[in-house]
Design a protein around this ligand. Structure first.
Ligand code: SF4
Length: 364
């Protein structure tokens, strides 16, 4: 079943490290954007059975509830939902009891909150608009209303020594899901000029191991994701299973019928011609296979052999025997009778697994 991704490209302030598709708004998301989004959804003519919706951004918590209602109405007209997980990304500063109740009333059943740190100095370094008090207050409200919610954290920002205390605080707050990413200094962002601040790979690995150690009570089910039982992100599992998804909104990606496509990332263009693709690529069978392997290798569980056989009509070893032998010899992958999966070393050096799989030449 499909995952549905909705990209809301508006933020109140622009964080200097961020390379997502976004523009600044002084108020909330303009009605004209929701008009464009709904017309794109109305024109959709792909597969319709869906299991999840993810409002990402940008800052989806800036969409007024009346507009969220319109977007969800358009989705319900087009798609058949099966017990859907409906996630909305929120900025802590936007969270109020009243707004959260409105989200629940609309059927949103999961919140992902970009807290990033519980250290004031780190939040200032990252240029976030919320402070620690605002983050704690927002967590308290979300925890009161939702059984399923996620806390986003970033490691590697200055001062890096604040990471352990942030993790301890996160564990005390006890969200059912935590996602943690290393800070990157992307070209084209204001942080490009601060590249010298970037931590070296050894330090980054230390911070990552600290994350694993302090979140030991969580299931570390994906490289960057930790969940309490039953709280893994169903929407993101669509990506990690290399499943199909339909994306709507500025710059949103879709993967349908073997075609990966991206909407225009210019907001002006999107408002004029909603849903027009800036890029579309039909994947070959070999590309689909390697992408499937790489995505599954982000999961602790790895790839079930039976799933690969059902999807591609052959055993994994028939395609990747040589690459897997090399990865097993390097201690990055282990093969069981039912699964091929990354070892803990394979989590740390996940890129190496991807490179080895990409080096396998498969018949078209
Ligand atoms: S990190 Fe989030 S809030 Fe900050 S600019 Fe990027 S999308 Fe907006």
């Amino acid at each position: 079943m499909l995952g549905i991704y909705i990209h809301i490209p508006y933020c109140r302030t622009l964080c200097p490290y961020c390379d997502f598709v976004k523009v600044r708004t002084k108020t909330t998301v303009p009605e004209a954007f929701t008009d464009a989004l709904c017309s794109e959804i109305d024109a959709y003519d792909g597969p319709v059975d869906a299991q999840s919706v993810f409002f990402g951004g940008g800052t989806p918590s800036l969409v007024p509830p009346a507009q969220l209602e319109r977007i969800l109405g358009a989705l319900h007209n087009q798609f058949t939902f099966h017990d859907p997980e409906i996630t909305l990304e929120a900025n802590p500063d936007d969270v109020t009891d009243e707004l959260v109740q409105a989200w629940k009333d609309l059927g949103i059943n999961r919140i992902s909150m970009g807290v990033q740190s519980f250290d004031e100095r780190v939040l200032r370094y990252l240029g976030r608009r919320h402070d620690v008090g605002g983050a704690e207050r927002a967590c308290e409200i979300i925890a009161r209303h939702f059984d399923s919610w996620n806390l986003d954290l970033i490691f590697g920002a200055k001062p890096i020594g604040a990471w352990e205390a942030t993790l301890q605080r996160a564990v005390e707050i006890n969200p059912p899901h935590i996602a943690a990413y290393g800070l990157t200094y992307e070209p084209g962002t204001p942080f490009e000029k601060r590249m010298d601040d970037a931590v070296d790979p050894d330090t980054s690995l230390e911070l990552y191991k600290e994350l694993e150690r302090i979140l030991a009570d969580y299931d570390h089910y994906e490289i960057s994701n930790f969940a309490k039982p039953g709280r893994a992100s169903r929407h993101n599992l669509v990506y990690w299973n290399n499943g199909e998804y339909a994306g709507f909104g500025t710059g949103a990606y879709s993967y349908l019928d073997g075609v990966r496509a991206r909407n225009h990332s210019s907001l002006e263009h999107y408002l004029e011609v909603p849903g027009e693709k800036e890029e579309a690529l039909t994947l070959t069978r070999a590309e689909e296979k390697v992408e499937t392997m790489i995505q599954y290798m982000r999961l602790h569980e790895g790839i079930p052999r039976a799933d690969y056989e059902t999807r591609f009509g052959c055993a994994i070893e028939a395609d990747y025997g040589v690459a897997l032998d090399a990865l097993v010899a390097r201690g990055l992958v282990e093969c069981t009778s039912t699964h091929i999966r990354p070892t803990s070393e394979g989590f740390y050096l996940n890129n190496e697994i991807g490179l080895e799989l990409l080096s396998a030449v498969l018949p078209e």
